[in-house]
Write a protein that binds this ligand. Structure first.
Ligand SMILES: Nc1ncnc2c1ncn2[C@@H]1O[C@H](COP(=O)(O)OP(=O)(O)O)[C@@H](O)[C@H]1O
Ligand SMILES: [Mg+2]
Length: 321
């Protein structure tokens, strides 16, 4: 069964005295039960909007979405009972202790005192906050606040957990600690996780599958390793000026080239060429460029990353803005 399923999902924001913003433009995807799925995309791509629609905070303008088998538009209460969500902006009352934050939230679900205490103890241990639960949240580090948020999202014992940019602004050490917790949750409790991120390492480290989202559309999805492999074993980047069309034609004709993309920025044209072996093919590629009338000023050979996949499909760098 699919934990999440959308078809032709659209969201338009009406803007006062302005053009409506078309934030989701026909998103169709599925997340399988027990899967960790990452939506990877730059700021403004529509990630938070998609999470908001799936968690029933926003109504879609068109299309359908089901979560845990329930329709977000017509069965919003059923959806809410089955999900947990943590949002990008952390809203923790600094004067409350971690335990109070969790208890306040647990009451919203009408859990009895005994169940609340038990869940808070279990989740506090899960996110390694047991010793800090009776301290004011205002004294927590960024990583601790995120872990508190994660515990809060889990209080309702959700089938599907939505995490909007769960490690935004954290240092690498705290980030990998959050990843560890998310993986454990899935492995031990079989929970389905949909997370959004603009960090490609996050998608690479965590996700069973990644969907790349840009301008409100999913442009490609697949297993991270698979997407990267499709780029070729190495990516050779030639930057320069001249006959770009000639260069593209020449390298596409070479049998060791897997894919070619080009982007122009700052007066330079960058051509990314996926090849079987970058070191070995470099001289040949530079020779082909010269013969085609393209003047190469910079050369790079890299192992491809999800960032290269993103660049190949969207023509934009996945910047951390
Ligand atoms: N309440 C809103 N009203 C109008 N436009 C919005 C609103 N929320 C988001 N947007 C716009 O919708 C697009 C997608 O935003 P968002 O879903 O927040 O993207 P992301 O989370 O990927 O950064 C952006 O162009 C953003 O400016
Ligand atoms: Mg967002």
């Amino acid at each position: 069964m699919n934990a999440i399923e959308t078809t032709a999902l659209e969201k338009r924001y009406d803007v006062k005295d302005g053009e409506p913003v078309h934030a989701l433009r026909g998103v169709a995807f599925q997340v399988h039960a027990g899967e960790i799925y990452a939506l990877l995309g730059p700021n403004g791509a529509g990630k938070t909007t998609l999470i908001s629609v799936l968690t029933t905070l926003l109504m879609p303008t068109a299309g359908t979405a089901t979560v845990a088998g329930c329709d977000v538009a017509t069965q919003a209460d059923e959806v809410r009972r089955r999900i947990g969500v943590t949002f990008q902006e952390i809203v923790v009352d600094a004067d409350l202790t971690g335990r109070q934050v969790l208890d306040f939230h647990a009451r919203l679900y009408g859990l009895s005192r005994a169940v609340r205490q038990e869940r808070i103890a279990t989740l506090g241990a899960l996110v390694e906050l047991t010793d800090a639960l009776d301290r004011k949240a205002g004294t927590y580090s960024g990583g601790m606040k995120r872990r508190l948020e994660l515990a809060r999202g889990l209080l309702s014992a959700p089938q599907v957990l939505f995490l909007d940019e769960p490690t935004q602004g954290l240092d690498p050490q705290n980030r990998s600690s959050i990843w560890r917790h998310i993986r454990r949750l899935r492995n031990e409790q079989g929970i389905t996780v949909l997370l959004t991120t603009h960090y490609m390492e996050e998608a690479e480290a965590l996700a069973d599958r990644v969907g790349i989202i840009d301008h409100g559309q999913l442009v490609v999805e697949g297993q991270p390793g698979e997407l990267v492999r499709q780029m070729g074993a190495d990516v050779v980047t030639l930057a320069g000026n001249g006959d770009v069309a000639g260069l593209l034609g020449a390298v596409r004709a070479l049998d060791f080239v897997t894919r070619v993309t080009e982007h122009a920025a700052d007066g330079l044209v960058r051509v990314q060429i996926g090849v079987d072996d970058g070191e070995r093919r470099l001289a040949g590629l530079i020779g082909a460029a010269a013969a085609a009338g393209f003047h190469v000023t910079q050369v790079n050979v890299n192992r491809p990353s999800l960032g290269d996949v993103f660049l190949a499909y969207t023509g934009a760098d996945l910047r951390d803005e």
